[in-house]
Design a protein around this ligand. Structure first.
Ligand code: BGC
Length: 511
């Protein structure tokens, strides 16, 4: 009996030890897996670091590249394109004008009625529409047929336009938000596509000719008076409201900036005569590159797999089209490293499956148990039952990716201010010290969903701007959000260059 009891006790003890061993083993394994996932996050944090010293290097690099891009054609990855916009609306524009805005995820048609006294837009009618995905890689004929048919519908539904306005040819501004080599304000050739557009037959083509041909085909008596980049439209609207506006930035699906430059600083175009002695330069800053940019393996892989490798490097770190995909790549890596998120979901293998608004929603989820994060992981990425601590990790990944983007965008803005001597340091030569450089009020018009709808992005951007400039200087710099600037601004510029306006003399590139 005694022996039996001892035997049972030993058996139980052995079994208990074995169970305990299994439990401990599991715990150890799960801790190891957790550590691996946290390791992925730490590595990401380190490679995305943007301390103010590094941001200042980016500022300097941006200003230097701007100089190089203005000095010679192909002198920099920054194209610094001429726009032939040598003056900006001031509020005296009058009449009814139209705009077509093609560039990102959405396409817009607009009509505005301008009052003729400072900043009075009497009425504004905008129709937005998502660009069908297939048209982005189809033919130019399909694309232009689509946009002009939408314009036709819009015009046919007009009720409020006066008979006088209807009896004359309607004038429109065409916003075409891709790199374009312009030879006048109403003529330009597509250099290349960005943001997922890829219509081969359009590259190198004159854009307004294509548009006019499509308008004619639809029987529309309309004339495209100006061809502008979206940032130029934003600058025009910003200036319409506030004459201290000197630059404009767009941070949406893609990103870019433009600013007013002295004509004599545009060295690659010597002898350029403009009525104001200045011209708006479309920087195409999405293509900016510098070794100071904090690049991760995720950026490198995304770039290599993109249709435009080695191009638009800054855009791929900053803009809405790409942030969700950087996030997806990090999450995929975490899932491969461990089963904290369960088995690897096939959804995570689909490029661009997670769009920026969903990433912003996860980042800004303020429910105590991160319900929004759980729902998006479940519904969009088919990742079920993610524990709370792993959901917190997801939020952190969003934070790291977005913070880097916002801080780099801030550095880009300060780069422009530096180039035009508005950063309080006396410009690129730094000849004056902070104390004797007198700061003028400087307004930068900003648009794009990242800035307008993603509060964390916006906060990080402002924070970095203050860090780089210092509070004394930053207080003179105003970032002002405009609305629909890309198209309203194009209509304003159409008014400024209207055939009925006395001062619409043509400014052409000397050949
Ligand atoms: C284009 C720019 C445009 C920007 C914002 C970029 O991809 O190259 O021309 O201004 O997106 O829409």
């Amino acid at each position: 009996m005694g022996k039996l009891a001892v035997g049972v006790a030993v058996g139980v003890a052995v079994a208990t030890c074995a169970v305990a061993g299994v439990v401990v083993g599991r715990r150890l394994r799960s801790r190891r897996k957790w550590r691996r996932v946290v390791g992925v996050l730490r590595e990401l944090e380190e490679s995305c670091e943007t301390p103010v010293g590094r941001l200042k290097q980016v500022v300097d690099a941006m200003a230097v590249e701007m100089h190089a891009g203005l000095a010679s054609e192909g002198g920099s990855k920054l194209k610094m394109l001429l726009t032939f916009v040598d003056r900006l609306p001031n509020g005296s524009e009058i009449g009814t004008y139209y705009a077509l805005d093609l560039g990102g995820t959405n396409f817009r048609v607009l009509r505005v009625q301008l009052g003729g006294t400072r900043s009075s837009i009497l009425s504004k009618d905008v129709k937005r529409q998502r660009i069908p995905q297939h048209l982005m890689t189809s033919t130019s004929e399909d694309l232009f047929d689509f946009i002009t048919s939408k314009l036709k519908q819009f015009v046919e539904q007009e009720e409020t336009v006066s008979e006088a306005a209807q009896s004359r040819t309607r004038e429109l501004g065409f916003t075409f938000s891709f790199p374009v080599k312009q030879i006048s304000i109403r003529s330009g050739f597509l250099i290349r596509w960005t943001k997922g557009f890829a219509i081969e037959d359009m590259i190198g083509c004159e854009i307004i000719e294509r548009l006019q041909a499509a308008l004619m085909k639809k029987g529309l008596d309309m004339c495209a008076t100006v061809l502008v980049n979206d940032t130029v439209g934003i600058l025009a609207l910003g200036h319409y409201y506030d004459a201290d506006t000197v630059a404009a930035v767009k941070i949406g699906t893609g990103t870019n900036a433009c600013y007013m430059e002295r004509a004599d600083a545009i060295i690659k175009c010597q002898g350029l005569l403009t009525s104001s002695g200045a011209m708006v330069v479309n920087m195409e800053w999405g293509n900016f590159w510098s070794s100071h940019l904090p690049r991760t393996t995720y950026d490198i892989e995304m770039d290599m797999e993109s249709p435009n490798p080695n191009d638009q490097g800054f855009e791929k770190m900053i803009s809405g089209m790409y942030l969700g995909d950087i996030f997806r790549r990090v999450l995929l890596r975490m899932c491969e490293e461990s089963d904290v998120f369960g088995p690897v979901s096939s959804k995570l293998l689909i490029p661009f499956v997670l769009e920026m608004p969903l990433m912003a929603a996860m980042h800004e989820d303020d429910t105590p148990d991160l319900k929004v994060v759980a729902a998006i992981l479940r519904e969009k990425l088919e990742i079920q039952d993610v524990p709370l601590k792993a959901r917190r990790l997801v939020v952190k990944v969003c934070d790291v990716v977005t913070r880097r983007a916002a801080r780099l965008a801030a550095a880009g803005i300060v780069g422009i201010l530096k180039k035009i001597g508005r950063d309080g340091t006396g410009g690129i030569t730094g000849s004056r010290s902070r104390s004797d450089a007198k700061m003028r009020r400087t307004v930068v018009a900003v648009e794009g969903s990242l800035y307008t709808s993603y509060m964390m992005f916006r906060e990080y951007l402002h924070e970095a701007l203050n860090e780089i400039l210092g509070e004394d200087v930053a207080q003179h710099v105003v970032l002002r959000t405009t609305e629909d600037g890309s198209c309203v601004g194009a209509a304003l510029l159409a008014a400024l260059h209207s055939s009925s306006s006395s001062s619409s003399e043509g400014l052409h590139r000397r050949r």
